[in-house]
Design a binder for this molecule. Structure first.
Ligand SMILES: NC(=O)c1ccc[n+]([C@@H]2O[C@H](COP(=O)([O-])OP(=O)(O)OC[C@H]3O[C@@H](n4cnc5c(N)ncnc54)[C@H](OP(=O)(O)O)[C@@H]3O)[C@@H](O)[C@H]2O)c1
Length: 229
């Protein structure tokens, strides 16, 4: 049994990651913007009393980020999953780009995972086998960008990928991964997406659990296939 923290766990892939981890017997800290208003968190707290802890984290709120180590306490944190993300300005082309949305994409998708990771280094350092995984997207792959558009999303995820690569060099004792979850049926992915949240979550956790320090710095999808940068 190990301790995991998942951001953006109110719904979608983040919620499913919590459910799969709990079913496997892990200790899970589910972070979300509004724990009091999240029915799924009430249910997990009632079904997994000693295993699930719901905490408040708006990834744009520096106070919430500063309080994360307090929520974990003295125990080691074995795995952080930076999952919270936004897809903004999908229809924008360069001539009508909404720069506020571009900025917000960077704040949520790139800068927040950096701040959260930094604040949790002391807790991760207490683990014998610490891991950090960021849920990125294949849309952040420069090689894979054959269709253009989606500038805010693509750029913010590509920048997250670059942060991850640098982090893996700066912190060689922490196994760092960026993971594409597939095209998943969530409010972000839409109802035409071919992959169910549970299949994505099970795959992602399997990839993280199997990863060793030799994999640190890699970009995989939820099936463990390597994705080109
Ligand atoms: N679905 C796909 O096909 C797909 C494909 C590639 C990558 N991804 C990535 O997978 C991750 C999860 O996506 P999803 O499909 O599960 O999306 P989703 O259903 O839209 O859920 C997004 C999650 O992020 C949270 N979030 C957004 N802004 C936040 C903030 N400021 N503070 C805290 N939490 C915040 C949301 O919380 P609230 O409930 O409070 O809004 C929600 O829990 C994202 O990083 C996304 O980019 C998804």
């Amino acid at each position: 049994m190990s301790t995991w923290l998942v951001t953006g766990s109110s719904r979608g892939i983040g919620l499913e990651l919590c459910k799969v981890l709990l079913a496997k017997g892990h200790q899970v800290i589910g972070a979300c913007r509004n724990p009091e208003g999240c029915r799924d968190h009430w249910e997990l707290s009632s079904d997994f009393k000693s295993k699930f802890k719901s905490i408040k984290l708006d990834v744009l709120n520096d106070d919430d980020i500063q309080k994360l180590p307090e929520a974990i306490g003295d125990q080691p944190l074995d795995c952080l999953i930076n999952n919270a993300g936004v897809l903004l300005g999908e229809k924008d082309r360069l001539v009508n780009l909404n720069y506020d949305e571009l900025l917000k994409s960077f704040q949520v998708n790139t800068i927040a995972p950096m701040k959260i990771t930094a604040s949790l280094i002391p807790s991760l350092s207490k683990s014998k086998n610490p891991k950090v995984s960021h849920i990125t997207s294949k849309m952040g792959s420069i090689t894979d960008n054959t269709s253009g558009g989606y500038h805010a999303y693509r750029m913010s995820k590509a920048a997250l990928n670059m942060f991850h690569k640098g982090f893996s060099k700066d912190f060689p004792m922490i196994c760092s991964l960026v993971l594409h979850p597939g095209w998943v049926q969530t409010s972000m992915g839409g109802s035409s997406a071919p992959i169910a949240p549970i299949d994505s979550a099970e795959g992602l956790i399997d990839v993280i659990e199997r990863a060793t320090i030799r994999d640190s710095g890699s970009f995989f999808d939820f099936r463990g296939e390597r994705i080109p940068w």
